[in-house]
Design a protein around this ligand. Sequence first.
Ligand SMILES: Nc1ncnc2c1ncn2[C@@H]1O[C@H](COP(=O)(O)OP(=O)(O)OP(=O)(O)O)[C@@H](O)[C@H]1O
Length: 524
Amino acid sequence: MGFITTTIAAYRYFSTNSIGKSTKYAQNRFRSKTKTKNSEPRKPRTRIKWTDQQKQIISAISEGNSVFITGSAGTGKTLLVNHIIKLLKKCHPRSGVFVTAPTGVAACAIGGQTLHSFAGIGPGVADRHTLLDRVLSDKKAYNRWKKVEALVVDEISMVGAELFENLEYIAREIRGEDEVWGGIQLVVSGDFFQLPPILCKRNASGKEFAFEADCWNASFDFQYELTEVFRQSDSRFIKMLQGIRRGECEPQDIEFLEQSCSVTESESDPSVVQLYPLNKDVETVNQMKMEDLAEEGTIYLAVDSGNNPWKNQLNQGIAPNEIFLCKGARVMLIKNLSTWRGLVNGATGTIIGFHESENMDVIDMCYDNLLPIVRFDSGLTMVITPAKWVVMEGDTVVAERKQIPLILSWALSIHKCQGMTLDKLQTNLSSAFGYGMVYVALSRVRSLEGLKLQGFRPSKIKAHPKVLQFYKVFVSEQDTEVKNERANNISDRSSEVAHVTDTRSDGATKYHFSLSEFLSSRQK
Ligand SMILES: Nc1ncnc2c1ncn2[C@@H]1O[C@H](COP(=O)(O)OP(=O)(O)OP(=O)(O)O)[C@@H](O)[C@H]1O
């Protein structure tokens, strides 16, 4: 069957040229996904063994409490939130559980919608009374506020104080209950040392972070800090990251990081993900790499359904509206396809060819009717079929995008990678800006061996003073019972109060770091 391929020129101006060609290679080698799947040895499914801290949070939420979950990067906040969402849907009517995050990408990672779209407050900044009027005049938004029983907000570091306060006010007003948040069970998660909210210029209150909201403490029955880091296992690296998180870098760490800076572009391994602070750098690198390949390929156009404003959310970086793919392109999965086979959001690989789809469904997004074949860095080869991203309003799908779940991945933005776990990463931090960016970039990687650094300057390491202050007082506001129980569970507390290592039941070293305890002990 004939199909259209598109030249590299069309990568830049995709609407212009296309020429025909056929791919016997793809047709013969990869008839179906099932065939590839059967030839792979089945690995045992790994079950998550929740820590005592994680279990405490699960139990507090199942008892109906409102909870804030914090902790450094890689302590399992998102993994836990995904589990909690399932739990909430058992404790409440499914249609009463709303899952949100401040950005489309973060919302999709937990199968939810943006906080703005849930709230129905529309775009732009306005006072709380105007926002309430907007919700009252939007029947659907009004009904959401009426029926919500549990509200999940992930990546809270990107939610501003005013928005948090305004939503709490709207909840009380619409539900006609004096109780904080009108009695909604609130589950909020995030690390304030990571990327901060984008604030509008005319922020009269001077408040920035959600924890500065007047209602913050009253909003939660419990505030927990997860202290066991899972993403990294090397205690030296974890300690260095904890320092960077609070805006500090020891001289020996600077020396070490500067040594990592010796890598040059030409030395770089093509399988390493490159992170840049600015989108324009990401696009430039990916486009240059595509041009270097000078391969013919094919374009995938997203197929969207649903109505605005929900449909607009699909354009917020969830999956590309259009993507040109060709043989040799470095790609990254942007959807979990199979956790036990390692085909998870963030898995990288290289396109080795295309497979003609037997499923005519593809023709609506790819005129060539081809599916990309990716050899993942894990060694697994797979034909990638279209995936769906949905915007949910409670239990109802209100917009949907169908697209190949891949993005070009020679380079990625630091904003896009918040939440990801990477085996190998190269980052150029010379244009890093703002608080938390260096920490977010460096904390993605599992080990120091996997890190290659360029443009590092200690002055780029910044922690916001308000965030430091928040974590300083956080310790005294934690439930003391929880803390005591945790202390009893930790066998060796002979080192620093905040750096505690012990052994897991499987013999691996367990590393705890409580920033709040560290800061408060340093104050004494
Ligand atoms: N109880 C656990 N047992 C084993 N692995 C875990 C556990 N909790 C989390 N992990 C693993 O730790 C890694 C990091 O988890 P996750 O991405 O949820 O962390 P996070 O706190 O959300 O990080 P970030 O703040 O960077 O987004 C993942 O690979 C996850 O599967």
